[in-house]
Design a protein around this ligand. Sequence first.
Ligand SMILES: [Zn+2]
Ligand SMILES: [Zn+2]
Length: 392
Amino acid sequence: MTEGPRNPFIYKPQLGLAPPAKMPGVNEPCWCGSGVKYKKCHRDRESKAEANPFADSAKMRTASKKGRCLHPDSGGGHCGSTAIGSHTVQKNGGLKAIAEEGHVLTTFVGFEDIQKANGAPEPKRMGVNDASTFPGFCNKHDTELFAPIEGSSLNLGPKEAFLFLYRSHCLELARKRVVVGHLPTFKKMDSGKPMQAQFAIQDGMRAYEQGLLLSLTSMEAEKNDMDGALLSENWADVHYCQVEFDGLLPLTTTCGFYPEFDWDGNDLQDLSDLSQPGLPLSFTITSFEGYSSAILVWRGPQDDLRKQFVTSFLGVSDAEKAGRIAAFAFEVSENTQIKPSWWVGLPSSVRERLIAKTAHGTIVAQPEASAMKDVAPLTSPLAVKSVLTSWA
Ligand SMILES: [Zn+2]
Ligand SMILES: [Zn+2]
């Protein structure tokens, strides 16, 4: 077996790594479980050059900009055309409404930025053509598929809700595939380290890898299932809520996340329990005709913890909803675009607090129930204009 990129989708990790009682022979599989011969894997790794995380993250950044169209196409095949930089938030509506001189600030940053900032980088300035894009769909499918939610106004029904959900799921799946594709590179981060450190790093990587692969597997299955629903136009198990404000929030966002707490800080699901897949919720903030909306969508049973999450948000006082949902975007989304003048006008202590929130739920910091009470100070207060739920 030669050393080279393995297919990360079929690579099966083993848990419970202990330092080997005896080193393998040079032609035996390495102790780390890579499947590669010891002589080509960990032998003499302590005397190799230290890994350069920035060089590796640059490769990852390049990979994250390439991809094939994720549309299932008709007939069950895959489109297969090269994906363009698909916007996750409508450029001509939501993004332009908060842009200044054609630019926004974004928390959609690279692994490199995260590492340089020790987990929580400052939002980056970016042109609206590039902000919040990912290699999701080819030009044709990007335009056709999302037309119902990209108009000047929105009439949210099950189909439109499904499209918000589908887009955020494809974004999270594309990002997850990039991270998983780089697992073999991450696993070489112990290069040049003493043996004891190599064991510790490989052991930690196993737990990380197992969580990542379990989550990728369930996300791939969900994507297949969604593709079927899309092709058959079956929106039967789509549930959604739209809260429209009477003005513009200074941000847009799109993500899929696993709600761990409701808005009163009550536990909803324990993501450290790997025996069952988490229940995801799609979250978008964008605007139509100058009014921002928060849109939450899920598939599956109507009355599960996702509904509990949404109804507890509806229970937040109307005066606080806008500030709370704006703060929440920093808490759960890695893909938030910000109006520059609002951001620079915030006291530095508030900016620091919001930036720190972007690291919650990553390997840097645990999510905290108390964070659900956070409020992002808005330039002027926003009231609720309308509320729509699929179950009302
Ligand atoms: Zn090894
Ligand atoms: Zn396509």
